[in-house]
Design a protein. Structure first.
Length: 148
């Protein structure tokens, strides 16, 4: 019986560390795409591509808005920041609940810009996209900071 309890504790600890660490790495990658790469240049398609990278990092390959054609800069880092944050929340990781809230806001903002909300369409002007990308990056930074 003690072995079973000890095993459960070890598995919970692994989920706690792995989920939070994987989520943090993916959030940092997404933050770079939104805060730096999407801010460069004056071509809407390029900014949208980097915001799709953000979506891909947040949702992971099993997400409904994941688009493999644009690439996945978070490949090999985890299952998607939101998925890994959920595991961290369930494991009781410090700051995971707060980080998950910020990540969800970033996700919803990104979905809006990309036109994934019901009845929406993707933004078409770089002057409209880039300010949103800056705010998405700010939400992702708050999520990263919550996991410290």
């Amino acid at each position: 019986m003690r072995g079973l309890i000890a095993g459960a504790i070890v598995l919970a600890l692994i989920a706690f560390v792995t989920g939070a660490a994987a989520a943090k790495k993916q959030l940092q990658t997404a933050m770079f795409d939104a805060g730096d790469l999407a801010q460069r240049g004056n071509v809407a398609a390029t900014s949208l591509m980097h915001l799709q990278h953000v979506m891909n990092c947040l949702e992971g390959p099993r997400g409904k808005d994941f688009r493999p054609a644009v690439g996945n800069p978070c490949q090999g880092q985890g299952s998607g920041a939101i998925v890994d944050l959920q595991a961290a929340v369930e494991a009781g990781a410090s700051g995971a609940v707060k980080a998950a809230r910020y990540a969800r806001v970033a996700h919803d903002m990104t979905a809006n810009v990309l036109g994934y909300v019901k009845g929406g369409s993707a933004f078409t002007e770089v002057d409209a996209i880039q300010p949103w990308a800056k705010q998405i990056a700010a939400q992702l930074k708050l999520a990263v900071d919550a996991l410290r």
